[in-house]
Write a protein that binds this ligand. Structure first.
Ligand SMILES: [Zn+2]
Length: 137
C-alpha cells in the first residue's frame, strides 16, 4: 500500500502558488455558495477543484511550472500593489528607513509623508492636499 502511494505520487507535479490561489478561490466560492445557493457558483467551484486536482496530479511538470510562472508574473506585481497590502509595505519601508527618515501623517488627509531626519523644526507641506504643519525631525 505504501509503495502504491509512493508510486502514485512519484513524478506528480504537486502544489504551487497557482494551486494555492485556486484553492483560495475555491473556498471563497464555497462560502459564496452557502450564502447564495447559486448553481452557477457551485459548478464553477467544482471546475476549479478539478483543475487543482488535474494540476496536482499532472506528470507534465514542465508545462505546469510554466503556467505557474505566468501566474506569478501577472499576480505577484498585482499583489504587491494591492491596497490591502500597502500597509505592510509602508511598515517595512518605515523600518528600513528609520535611521534616515521620519514619517508623519498629514493632519488634513492622513497621507503618510516622509521627511529626512535631523533637520530640526521644519514646516512640512502635504504634497497631496497642500496643508502645512510643523514637526521636529
Ligand atoms: Zn494632506
Amino acid at each position: 500500500m505504501k509503495d502504491y502511494l509512493r508510486n502514485f505520487f512519484n513524478g506528480r507535479y504537486g502544489m504551487d502558488s497557482l494551486n494555492h490561489a485556486l484553492f483560495f478561490l475555491y473556498f471563497i466560492l464555497l462560502i459564496l455558495f452557502t450564502f447564495t445557493h447559486s448553481s452557477i457558483i457551485y459548478t464553477f467551484s467544482l471546475i476549479i477543484l478539478v483543475v487543482i486536482l488535474f494540476r496536482v496530479l499532472s506528470k507534465d511538470t514542465y508545462r505546469r511550472s510554466l503556467e505557474n510562472q505566468k501566474f506569478n508574473n501577472v499576480f505577484v506585481p498585482f499583489l504587491k500593489n494591492a491596497p490591502f497590502l500597502k500597509n505592510t509595505n509602508t511598515i517595512k519601508t518605515r523600518f528600513s528607513q528609520r535611521n534616515t527618515h521620519r514619517f508623519y501623517n498629514c493632519p488634513g488627509c492622513h497621507q503618510t509623508i516622509r521627511v529626512p531626519k535631523g533637520k530640526g523644526r521644519i514646516q512640512i507641506r502635504c504634497p497631496k492636499c497642500g496643508q502645512t504643519f510643523i514637526k521636529t525631525t
